[in-house]
Design a protein around this ligand. Structure first.
Ligand code: AMP
Ligand code: MG
Length: 470
């Protein structure tokens, strides 16, 4: 059997100002780690022999119909504008239109240097590749918009970081790789023609009913608001919400120093490079708005009636905090098995979160346990929790039974950071058992899961910081 990918490459049909054609750089000894057969089916891909697929997803063999390219973008990194970034180690092979009628990008990450690599080697090491594979697929299974992972391949070549580490390539699938930064670069260059072209492309690809740049902005704001609310609902911390990592399609993209919280605290930061806590858990809604303000600033550059556009864009961006808040409340109502909306719900939610933060309750396990006798075990001051629970039960009077609602709204398992790190350490030694075990358990996160995978870290297992995924 030969692998077949039915490519239809709309981005490659855009003018060359948007990208640089770039072949992947071959590697010595590709070996398949994981192939996502369900996703392949959705994409319309006919799988081939493992050997052949390893060659293709390592970048050694470019499949027919692919138009490999590196995309150009810029972006604000930790609030500072970097005038040129671009795919420094990612190569877009092309797009397919899937069985569901949706167009998706297929991209190799870690496939060699490109014109936008700056000082980088264009490569990825095994750790971040497995982290992204595992966490992005977990995110998908949780029902949260995200890029996905089609394949992970070992390259057989070392990658030099602080030490020599095994190299790998991830095949990432996304609704598109358009970012806020893709707009920013053409706006900053004053290239209005490209900006207009890109706006039309984004509308045609993602928001068909949007009429013009301001309606595109509003649509992206809505998508991002929904996304951030869902992150908050599972205790996810992205870690690097730079504008180049902010997707126009509203998907979670770029799993670098990301993590799911164990014990709840709103100020939690994992990224070792996030010293100021800019991308802390509770600051994510603010940053999403900040990012949309940058998108607004970029989109405005193509509008002749600048004054009216600024006014309209300001309105749209200023409406976003309320949008996020409403979706956040909706998320947490669901988590508390509240099937209708009433005054006082927000206090009920925030009072629980305050108790959890004060008493270092585990975010995932506490919500999952609500309504069961085990819930109070997550608190040191059990009387305080009991008082909250009484309020909750009173509020739930007349509502359907809590248990089944709690189970579908609160996952049993999330990719806990210490398990991810243990998985990476084992894989670096050639043992993929934990990787496959975690991948399987995380594919059905609302089912009960093995105790060792749902348990919070013991003090010696705890991961304080996650380093940037390069
Ligand atoms: P990230 O932090 O992964 O979002 O990457 C930020 C920018 O750095 C992007 O333009 C990447 O393509 C680039 N980059 C990250 N790692 C490498 C690398 N090893 N080689 C070349 N470029 C890289
Ligand atoms: Mg990035």
């Amino acid at each position: 059997m030969t692998l077949h990918i039915p490519f239809d490459n709309s981005f490659a049909r855009l003018p060359g100002t948007f990208y640089a054609s770039q072949m992947p750089d071959p590697v010595p000894a590709p070996r398949m780690i994981a192939f996502n057969a369900d996703l392949a089916r959705l994409l319309g891909i006919t799988p081939g022999e493992t050997e052949e697929m390893a060659q293709i997803f390592a970048g050694n063999h470019v499949p027919s119909g692919a138009k490999p390219l590196a995309q150009l973008y810029s972006g604000h990194q930790f609030g500072h504008y970097n005038p040129q970034l671009g795919d420094g180690r990612a190569i877009l092979l092309g797009e397919t239109v899937g069985a569901d009628g949706k167009r998706r990008d297929i991209q190799l990450k870690g496939a060699g240097r490109t014109p936008y690599s700056r000082g980088g080697d264009g490569r990825a090491w095994l750790g971040p590749v497995l982290r992204e594979y595992l966490v992005s697929e977990a995110m998908f299974a949780l029902g949260i918009p995200t890029t996905r992972a089609l394949a992970a391949v070992e390259t057989g070549a070392p990658v030099i970081r602080e030490t020599a580490l095994p190299g790998a390539v991830l095949t990432r699938v996304a609704s598109s790789h358009l970012r806020v930064g893709t707009f920013q670069i053409f706006a900053a260059r004053g290239d209005t023609a490209s900006l207009k072209r890109l706006t039309d492309y984004a509308i045609a690809r993602h928001y068909l009913t949007a009429q013009g740049p301001m309606e595109l902005l509003a649509a992206v704001c809505r998508a991002q608001a929904g996304l951030i609310a869902q992150w908050m609902g599972v205790g996810f911390i992205h870690g690097v919400m730079n504008t180049d990592n902010c997707s126009i399609a509203g998907e979670t993209i770029d799993y670098g120093p990301c993590a799911f919280m164990d014990r709840f605290h709103p100020d939690t930061v994992y990224s070792s490079i996030d010293r100021g806590g800019r991308y802390a858990y509770a600051n994510q809604p603010n940053i999403a708005v900040w990012n949309m303000a940058q998108l607004a600033t970029a989109l405005i550059q193509q509008i002749d009636n600048r004054e009216a556009a600024v006014e309209r864009a300001t309105e749209i961006v200023h409406a976003m905090p309320a949008l996020i808040h409403a979706q956040w409340l909706e998320q947490f109502r669901r988590k508390l098995a509240l099937t209708d909306a009433r005054d006082g719900d927000e206090d009920l939610v925030t009072d629980l979160l305050t108790l959890m933060a004060q008493q270092q309750a585990d975010f995932t396990n506490t919500f999952r346990a609500l309504g069961s006798a085990a819930a109070r075990d997550h608190f040191t001051d059990r009387a305080a929790f009991d008082a909250w629970e009484t309020r909750w039960q009173t509020r739930r009077t007349g509502q359907p039974a809590a248990a089944p609602l709690i189970r579908v709204a609160n996952p049993a398992i999330i990719p806990r950071n210490h398990r991810v790190e243990q998985m990476i350490a084992a894989a670096t030694d050639g043992d993929y058992t934990l990787f496959h075990r975690l991948t399987t358990a995380l594919s059905t996160p609302y089912d009960d899961a093995p105790e060792d995978l749902t348990r919070p870290p013991s003090p010696d297992e705890e991961i304080e910081a996650t380093f940037c995924g390069t």
